[in-house]
Design a protein around this ligand. Structure first.
Ligand SMILES: O=C(O)CCC(=O)C(=O)O
Length: 263
């Protein structure tokens, strides 16, 4: 798909102010600008469009988890020095790639993402559980086409109650925080223009609605951890890989890193 951008004011932002870092630490999330150039973003969108077109019939475009295992091209974005410069401001100079996931909600029947904390889904696989997710807007992401929403400050909450989601066919995940533990009046909609991103912490409560609009909503979640986190299993769901992207290992050799592929 060729995307025609009418936004003339595409500016790349690679510095993070102390105020932005403080906001992230206080609230567990941060809206940010564009880290990639328009040409880079267009190339990524073309690439993911082809990936989506090639999906088997039984796989939905919200389910493109760990695509970088099979698509080394994505390391152009995941290991981009500008991204790492920004991530470094939040987690320090020793950075590993934890994971990535395209969540593309097609028009009119995009799945909901129930209220959850990533760190609860991931359990004890990382110790400590310290992950920052950069959510990159491959498409514009608004309330209309079901942008992500967060509850500020919820990254301090532990031991919330989870239950099975009622309608698994309409949700991307099958566990959600019970309604009594969610105060939706405190949630913030994280609307983004194409190419902008936001960040959230591993325990920040977040969700998104089903996409009933006429506009696709594709986001790329790029997830990083400081190399002081111990990765406790090479077998988890399926074989999982982590990659040392900057700095050095801080687990005294406990972690095994897969070499970054050529891209
Ligand atoms: O894309 C969404 O709506 C939700 C993303 C999400 O759950 C995540 O980044 O952990």
């Amino acid at each position: 798909m060729t995307y025609s951008n009418t936004d003339e004011s595409w500016e790349v932002e690679t510095t993070v102010s102390d105020e932005q870092v403080a906001f992230y630490k206080e609230n567990g999330y941060l809206k940010f600008g564009r880290i990639f150039t328009k040409a880079e973003l267009d190339e990524l969108r073309d690439y993911v469009d082809e990936m989506i077109a090639a999906l088997p019939n039984d796989k939905r475009p919200e389910q493109m988890d760990v695509p970088h295992f099979e698509h080394p091209f994505l390391f152009k974005y995941l290991a981009h020095p500008h991204v790492l410069d920004v991530i470094e401001r939040f987690i320090g100079p020793d950075i590993a790639l934890w994971s990535s996931h395209f969540i593309s909600k097609r028009t009119r029947d995009g799945l909901a993402v129930p209220w959850h904390q990533d760190g609860v889904y991931w359990g004890k696989i990382l110790e400590p559980m310290h992950v920052i997710t950069m959510w990159l807007a491959v498409d514009e992401s608004t309330v209309e086409n079901s942008c992500m929403r967060v509850i500020g400050g919820s990254h301090r909450l532990r031991d919330l109650y989870y239950e099975n989601v009622k309608d698994t066919a309409k949700n991307l995940f099958n566990r959600e925080v019970i309604a009594e533990d969610i105060d939706e009046s405190q949630s913030a909609d994280l609307e983004l223009k194409v190419g902008e991103c936001h960040f959230h912490e591993a325990f920040t409560l977040h969700s998104s609605s089903p996409n009933t609009s006429q506009k696709r909503r594709c986001g790329y979640t790029m997830r990083y951890m400081p190399t002081s986190c111990r990765f406790n299993g090479v077998t988890w769901k399926r074989k999982h890989h982590i990659y040392l992207l900057r700095g050095e290992d801080r687990t005294e050799g406990f972690n095994t890193y897969t070499p970054v592929p050529k891209f």
